[in-house]
Design a protein around this ligand. Structure first.
Ligand code: UDP
Length: 430
C-alpha cells in the first residue's frame, strides 16, 4: 500500500456563516446522495505547494460529510522527482523535454506505485502529472478515475505532452482550473472546470490577533516599524523570484527603508527548489532589508498567516501559474496584492478587485509603489478582494464542484450498495 497522510478531524458545519449559505446547503444535499462512496486522492507530496493545501482541508471535510476518503502519496526517489519536475516544467511550456532514460525512470516508478494500489475505491482522483500513469500501468481496479491537472498545460512542450497523453486514456473525467489549460488533442472527453479554494479555518487563514502576528514576525527578525512587501511561493522559476527582487529594488529607490520577505517552501517533489533558493541567496546576501525564509527554518503556517496579514502589499509575480492560492490567502486577510497576469490569478483579482495585475518588472514596481503611497486605495482593494474570495474561493465551493462531479459519474456507473457503510459516518481516522 502507498503511504497514507495523517489528517485531523474537521466539521463541515463550522463553515456556515463564513461561506455563502447556498453553497453550504447544496454541499449537504449532494453529500447525502454520495454518502458511503469510497474515494482516494493521490499525489506526490504531503506538504509544500497548493495541492497538499487543498487535500489537507478537503479530505477531512469529505469524511465529515460521509464520503470515506483517503489521501495517499506515491513513492519516489530524488531521480523520479527530478524527472517529474522536468515533466511539470515541460507541460507548462519549457522547451527542455525528457530524455529516453528519464522516461524510463518515470515508467519504472509509476509501475511500482501502480502495483501498491488496492481495489477498495469507487473514485480515484489523481493530482497532476506525477502519478498520472497509474491506471494505465496498474489497471483501473474497478474505480472511476479522475485526472485533476492543477498546472497551466495550454501550450505544453509537444514532445513531453505526447509522452504523457497516452496514459490519460484510462480516465473517466478530467478537471482543469481554466478551459484554456486543456492541452491539444486531449484524450478525455468528460472535462470539468473547477477553481481551487482556500480553507478559512486552517491555521494559515484563521484570523490572527494583530499583536500575535506582530510578535510572530518580530521573532524571526522582521522589523515592523518599516514597510514590508512579501512574496510567498515555492522557489520555482515560474514564480519569478528574481523578478520580484528586481521590482523591489526599483521601489526601494523611492522608499529606502522598505523590506522584502521572500518566503518559500522546499517541497519533497521539487528538487529544483534548492537551486532557485541558492540563486536568491546569492542575489541578496549582505542586504539586510531582504529576508529569505523557508519551511526548513521553521517558517510554517502561522508565519505565513502573519506575513499575509501584516505585509503592506503581497506580491505574486508569477509568469506561468495554475491558480496561485497565495493570492486568495492574502486577499482573505484584506491585504492588497500585486500579481502577474498569469493563469488563474486574474480570476481572483478581476479588474479593480484585490489589487493590481502586472505584466513586467517595471509594472510590478510601479504598482507596489502606488499601493504603498496610497494606503486608503490599497485598503479598499484588499477589502473588495476579501469579499470576492468569500463568494468564490472558499473550500465549501470547491467541495460543491467536486461532489457535483462525483454525482455525475454515478449517473454513468451507480455506486454499489454497501449496507452498513451507507449509514452516517463519523470521520474515520485515515
Ligand atoms: N506555502 C507555504 N509556505 C511557503 C510557500 C508556500 O505554506 O513557504 C503555501 C502557500 O501558502 C500556498 C501554497 O503553499 O497555500 C502554494 O500554493 P499556490 O497555489 O500558490 O502555488 P503552487 O505551489 O501550488 O504552485
Amino acid at each position: 500500500m502507498l503511504d497514507l497522510v495523517d489528517l485531523g478531524k474537521r466539521s463541515f458545519s463550522a463553515y456556515r456563516g463564513i461561506a455563502p449559505d447556498e453553497q453550504i446547503d447544496e454541499v449537504l444535499h449532494l453529500a447525502k446522495r454520495l454518502r458511503g462512496a469510497r474515494c482516494l486522492h493521490l499525489n506526490a507530496t504531503p506538504y509544500g505547494g497548493g495541492v497538499s493545501e487543498l487535500l489537507r482541508s478537503g479530505v477531512p471535510l469529505l469524511n465529515d460529510l460521509g464520503l470515506v476518503t483517503e489521501w495517499q502519496i506515491i513513492r519516489g526517489d530524488q531521480s523520479f522527482f527530478q524527472v517529474t519536475k522536468r515533466l511539470h516544467n515541460a507541460l507548462q511550456g519549457d522547451p527542455v523535454g525528457l530524455s529516453e532514460s528519464e522516461k524510463a525512470t518515470y515508467l519504472a516508478h509509476s509501475q511500482l506505485n501502480a502495483s501498491h494500489l488496492s481495489t477498495d475505491y469507487d473514485f480515484i482522483t489523481v493530482h497532476d502529472p506525477q502519478p498520472a500513469a497509474l491506471p494505465m500501468l496498474g489497471g483501473r481496479k474497478g474505480a472511476q478515475w479522475i485526472w485533476r491537472c492543477h498546472i497551466d498545460t495550454a501550450r505544453p512542450n509537444p514532445e513531453a505532452w505526447e509522452f504523457l497523453r497516452p496514459f490519460l486514456y484510462s480516465y473517466d473525467a478530467a478537471v482543469f482550473t481554466l478551459p484554456e489549460f486543456i492541452p491539444p488533442n486531449f484524450p478525455i472527453s468528460n472535462v470539468f472546470i473547477h477553481s481551487p479554494a482556500i480553507d478559512p479555518l486552517s491555521p494559515k487563514n484563521l484570523p490572527l490577533p494583530e499583536n500575535v502576528a506582530r510578535q510572530v514576525l518580530e521573532w524571526i527578525g522582521v522589523r515592523l516599524s518599516r514597510p514590508l512587501v512579501t512574496q510567498i511561493s515555492r522557489f520555482d522559476p515560474w514564480k519569478d523570484p528574481m523578478g520580484v527582487i528586481a521590482a523591489y529594488r526599483r521601489v526601494r529607490a523611492h522608499i529606502p527603508d522598505l523590506q522584502l520577505a521572500m518566503v518559500g517552501s522546499l517541497a519533497m517533489d521539487d528538487p529544483e527548489g534548492w537551486d532557485i533558493y541558492r540563486q536568491i541567496r546569492d542575489a541578496t546576501t549582505g542586504d539586510n532589508l531582504i529576508h529569505v525564509f523557508t519551511n526548513l527554518v521553521g517558517v510554517g503556517n502561522i508565519e505565513v498567516n502573519a506575513f499575509q496579514s501584516l505585509s503592506n502589499v503581497v506580491i505574486q509575480k508569477s509568469i506561468r501559474e495554475g491558480f496561485g492560492l497565495v493570492v486568495s490567502e492574502a486577499l482573505w486577510k484584506g491585504t492588497p496584492v500585486v500579481a502577474g497576469r498569469a493563469g488563474g490569478i486574474p480570476l481572483q483579482m478581476p479588474e479593480g478587485t484585490g489589487g493590481i495585475l502586472v505584466d513586467s518588472i517595471e509594472e510590478c514596481a510601479e504598482a507596489v509603489l502606488r499601493l504603498l503611497r496610497h494606503p486608503q486605495e490599497a485598503h479598499c482593494l484588499g477589502q473588495q478582494g476579501r469579499e470576492h474570495v468569500r463568494r468564490h474561493f472558499l473550500v465549501p465551493r470547491l467541495l460543491l464542484d467536486y461532489l457535483k462531479l462525483l454525482d455525475s459519474l454515478t449517473h454513468e456507473k451507480p455506486l454499489a450498495p454497501r449496507g452498513l457503510a451507507l449509514s452516517p459516518q463519523p470521520s474515520p481516522s485515515p
